[in-house]
Ligand binder design. Structure first.
Ligand code: PEP
Length: 253
């Protein structure tokens, strides 16, 4: 079984947002739900910067909006100045953590092994990691994209992962923040590959797989038309309540 049967609409705020922005954005999103228990066929997750996690958890308490962090340590506690432990994230009341985002892989030199050890501890502490994998433009152009995806999947997903306690996000690096989304065929090819390697690793094909990379309300219909896409990881467009909500609504069409 996958993590959820609903479509997952996750927003990565990256290093954006002050207190007043988060109040505005969360209030605007909450006001889109007519009642707190209104039924939707999507699960909305917002991932603010760590300075706003506590604030956003309080604001969304009792609402359908769920909260995640954008990174965590692979250590539980101790002398690791500046790091944030998964147990601290859980303690705040967040339930998810994005790991292995391409910005962390490239700017902070996180390897597959680093991602796997963070994810292992996150799972142990009861967080659901959203583990990002994706090829660079160079890898796409030299034909190694599917091999890169297989390698990242096999080596970034820890041994305590199951299809129920992790979410995988396919995020081609060349599509992140560029306005250039992957084509339907690109997405189908990679998700088919991910399901193949998931079967190899977990004996199951139905791990939840999100697509991320320049998702907007104008291309959301096309992305959700791909039956194998279990949801989206949205960067820039998740900072605008109307846009993010329209993307979520597209998942219900
Ligand atoms: C992301 O940062 O995960 C992302 C997909 O960004 P954007 O939607 O802005 O391309």
């Amino acid at each position: 079984m996958a993590f959820t049967n609903k479509k997952i609409i996750a927003g990565n705020w990256k290093m954006n947002g002050l207190k007043r922005d988060s109040w505005q954005l969360i209030n605007d999103l909450l006001s889109k739900y007519e009642t707190p228990d209104e039924k939707h066929n999507f699960e909305m997750i917002v991932c603010p910067p760590s300075t706003l996690l506590s604030e956003v958890v309080s604001m969304t308490e009792g609402s359908p909006i769920r909260v995640g962090a954008q990174n965590c340590s692979d250590k539980l506690n101790g002398a690791y100045t500046g790091e944030i432990s998964p147990v601290m994230i859980k303690d705040i009341g967040a339930n998810f953590v994005i790991l292995g985002h391409s910005e962390r892989r490239s700017y902070f030199k996180e390897s597959n092994a680093d991602v796997a050890s963070k994810a292992e501890l996150a799972i142990e502490q009861g967080l659901t990691p959203i583990i990002c994998i994706g090829e660079t433009l160079e890898q796409k152009e030299n034909g190694s994209a599917l091999a890169v995806i297989e390698d990242q999947f096999m080596n970034s997903i820890p041994s305590n992962a199951t299809t129920e306690n992790v979410i995988v996000a396919y995020e081609p690096v060349w599509a992140i923040g560029t306005g250039r989304s992957a084509t339907t065929q690109d997405i189908i090819d990679v998700i088919t590959k991910i399901r193949e390697v998931s079967e190899k690793k977990f004996g199951l094909r139905d791990v939840s797989v999100l697509y991320g990379g320049s998702v907007k309300s104008s291309n959301a219909d096309e992305i959700f038309a791909i039956s194998d896409v279990d949801g989206v990881l949205v960067g820039g467009a998740s900072l605008k309540a109307d846009e993010f909500w329209k993307i979520a609504e597209a998942s219900e069409k």
